[in-house]
Design a binder for this molecule. Structure first.
Ligand code: NAP
Length: 341
């Protein structure tokens, strides 16, 4: 490997030449860590929800096949970059070595805040994963580039809880920016990780915060958090979703001036756009979004809405999301029940 270390990890790109690691087909994850890199002994991956859902469907929920699929992707690509969804996830682990990084030392525990789609990774053992959750306990190592953001693993929260929250930390941070001064914010996929955080982040900023969920149980979960304006609909069915939104005061012109899409399946662009009122904003946090579909649907229905891509990075997003766990006991209890038990 070249000794010239790029802050963005260009020196780890195997193919094709000249692209950033995120765009690359294949990365070189081999030790040792170069100057400014961090070599991490990985304890647990958090697969992106869209990626986990796709692998589970593709492998018909068979844990052996799911393990084999994850291992084969990582072996082929040198990173956990799902070729179907294009998404990754993040990880938690312990620093093995961090040459010329004065702020880090061997033994420090951290969570990466950059995607697994650009993180060089080797999996040695994935046998402890039963395929039931996107959290994948592994033995292996990963490399964080000099530019790669990370958060120290908090000592006051369980690892699994911190991992679940940090994976989607961009969602509440984006919503915090966007929800202020709105009459109504509606979160589609409101009962998932990012959806719950988005709902809580919008509270007190928008006059009204409402949600679309997939199952009746989800209505109860959101009720525990004090959200009563929640409807059940399949967001892949735009007409059904818009009909359900009438219960939230919506009509054929939409139901909200901010729509936040937090689902983990493809095909929900139309519902999100139809739920937005003229002049409103749709934030597509979901990695299952087709931005072609979103743009063409908005054009096709003649709706002047601002379509935003939900970047996972906002300065301070990790502290914000972890802080929400500390401040909201009911939210934390719900997350612990679902993701940390
Ligand atoms: P999650 O916890 O799995 O939540 C997704 C929610 O969407 C679940 O409640 C799910 O319900 C619901 N849902 C699925 N199909 C639906 C449908 N047809 N209609 C209505 N709701 C439906 O996922 P997450 O971790 O919050 O992630 C959400 C999305 O954000 C994913 O697409 C993920 O890829 C993306 N993401 C983006 C970033 C970024 O940087 N932009 C970072 C992390 C994640 P059930 O599964 O119970 O049916």
């Amino acid at each position: 490997m070249s000794v010239s270390v790029s802050p963005y990890g260009l020196h780890r790109v195997v193919a094709p030449a000249g692209v950033l690691p995120q765009q690359a087909d294949r990365l070189d994850p081999s030790p040792p860590a170069q100057r400014g890199e961090v070599m991490i002994d990985v304890e647990r991956l958090n697969l992106d929800a869209a990626s986990f859902h796709q692998i589970r469907e593709e492998q018909e929920g068979d844990p052996d096949r799911m393990r084999a699929r994850v291992v084969s992707i990582v072996r082929e690509r040198g990173k956990m970059h799902n070729p179907v969804t294009g998404s990754g996830g993040m990880l938690i682990g312990t620093v093995r070595e961090a040459p010329e990084r004065s702020e880090l030392k061997a033994g420090d525990r951290l969570a990466t805040l950059v995607s697994l789609t650009l993180t060089p990774l080797v999996i040695e053992d994935v046998s402890a994963w039963d395929g039931s959750s996107e959290q994948v306990p592994i033995r292996g190592h990963a490399i964080l580039f000099p530019s790669g953001a990370f958060a120290r693993v908090p000592k006051d929260l369980p690892d699994r809880l911190a991992l679940a929250v940090l994976d989607v930390a961009g969602a509440p941070a984006q919503v915090k920016r966007l929800a202020g001064g709105r009459d109504t914010t509606i979160v589609v996929g409101a009962a998932g990780k990012s959806g719950l955080l988005a709902m809580v982040a919008a509270r007190g900023r928008s006059k009204r915060v409402t949600g679309v969920v997939h199952h009746d149980d989800d209505v109860r979960a959101l009720g525990e958090l004090g959200f009563d304006d929640v409807v059940v609909a399949d967001a892949r069915d735009a007409v059904e979703t818009l009909t359900a939104a009438r219960a939230l005061g919506g009509d054929e012109r939409g139901a909200a001036d901010l729509v936040v899409n937090c689902v983990n399946v493809p095909g929900t662009e139309a519902a999100s756009i139809l739920l937005a009122r003229e002049g409103g904003t749709v934030l597509f946090f979901s990695m299952a979004t087709s931005f072609t579909a979103a743009a063409l649907i908005a054009e096709g229905v003649g709706k002047d809405v601002t379509l935003l891509i939900g970047s996972g990075y906002v300065p301070g997003h990790a502290d914000l999301a972890l802080g929400m766990m500390r401040q909201h006991a009911t939210l934390r209890a719900l997350f612990e029940r679902r993701y940390a038990s």
